[in-house]
Design a protein around this ligand. Sequence first.
Ligand code: SAM
Length: 221
Amino acid sequence: MMENERIELVRRLSEMGYIKTEKVKQAMLKVPREEFLTELNRPYAYVDQPLPIGEGQTISAPHMVAMICEILSLEEGMKVLEIGTGFGYNAAVVAEIIGKKGHLYSIERISSLAETAKENLKRTGYSENITVILGDGTKGYPEEAPFDRIYGTASAPKLPEPLKDQLKIGGILLIPVGEHRYFQDLICISRKSEDEYEKKSIGGVAFVPMIGDHGWPEKKI
Ligand code: SAM
């Protein structure tokens, strides 16, 4: 039943142009979004919208997950950093694409969400190539840097500088940036050389705030 709904959603996301490549399509066909929701929201797993996961946070809409994965041009074996694990759905889709030879480090600042994400990823079989870390992702994760890809699923007022530095040459950083609560710009940064970066604006998005040393201060939110 849920599987048919998943197939139909993936068909629509492909038709609308959010899903462009076979690898993103196969990953989204495989990962059960219903396993990354609260019990109450499971019936809406294949409605293309963000849904509440508690603590004032959300699971991103499926079209946004597809967009992120396509823009990042993920390849098997890559080392990736995610900021904002939530309940772990986007992480599972990325892990499916980068495969067992790849590794995703995902940072979440709210402990209850990080714990649920760990449980969800274990139950669905993604705990082997995903490490969930409790902490402030605006500082990146220097312990495992540099990364092939870095992406944020929360929005920062300005580009957090440590993330740029932790990108491999040839790497891509994708993050929503902007000072408006309900409208930000999705920014894509490619590192061309040691000190050369190319910046591209993808378009308007609306994400929850990225709170941390290089993000929003907690008290203003
Ligand atoms: N990736 C999730 C998914 O698969 O649906 C979406 C998560 S939600 C839109 C954004 C998450 O970013 C929230 O869980 C929030 O707690 C987290 N967050 C905000 N600021 C953060 C920070 N500085 N470091 C790590 N996580 C942060």
